[in-house]
Design a protein around this ligand. Sequence first.
Ligand code: IPD
Ligand code: CA
Length: 269
Amino acid sequence: MSEFPAADELLSIAIPVAREAAATARRMRAEAITDVQTKSTRTDVVTAADRAVERQVVVALRTIRPYDGVLGEEYGEYTAGPGAVRWILDPIDGTVNYLYGLPAYAVSLAAEVDGVVLAGVVINAATGDEWTATRGGGAWRGGRRLRCSNRTDLSQVLLGTGFGYDAKRRAHQGAVLAQLITRVRDIRRIGVASLDLCSVGEGLLDAYYEKGLNPWDHAAGGLVAAEAGAVVGGLEGAPPGLDMVVAAPPAIFGPLHDALVELDAAGGA
Ligand code: IPD
Ligand code: CA
């Protein structure tokens, strides 16, 4: 018998923890943004709220399930043994939107066992919109089961993407995008990878790709997209990861994948 709880049990732990985290992020923004510091580059910011929300989630998870691991964006990893649950957290995905007050920033929380994401929740803290998924149990928003778009023609695709914080990486990403934009309906850059992936699950975007995402950016949203019928992967058969995350309806994944390979989208800095 497995020693970890079923996917729906993990989701039922994740949802209230993520809701309280979203409430903290929203409240801290309303009160004032404090202690804005930079991380990898001068435009990669972290606020007191990113750190406070992560600490709150870690404390909540460790109170409920003390032997699990947690991988969070701001404080790194509390390791757990093999076969244990690992929670993957972005306390605020879309920190630049948060800083400016654009109403798209999210708490993203997933539960993974042995490298397989079993449950995930993404909450847009600014609006309260919530997406959930369990492996094999579908993707949901507000009691509605989600299906990704049924688009079949790349030239009709509304395509989401994002950019890293490093200028050299951005230069390459911009060059790839300059080519791709002529082959699709249009491009969106929402600034929140987890919401981009949930948007693919809901059909608000047809497809999405980005190089340089970390597990906390794509674990929960990737499960939402996949459970809504999208293909979520990397390039040339690789799993989604730092080199590339692509999420697209089955008929679009191949043509988009091939265009990304042709344009060397996983290359550059
Ligand atoms: C970023 C956002 C953005 C994506 C970046 C991420 P952060 O996360 O998801 O949309 O393009 O690659 O780093 O820094 O706001 O948590
Ligand atoms: Ca973040």
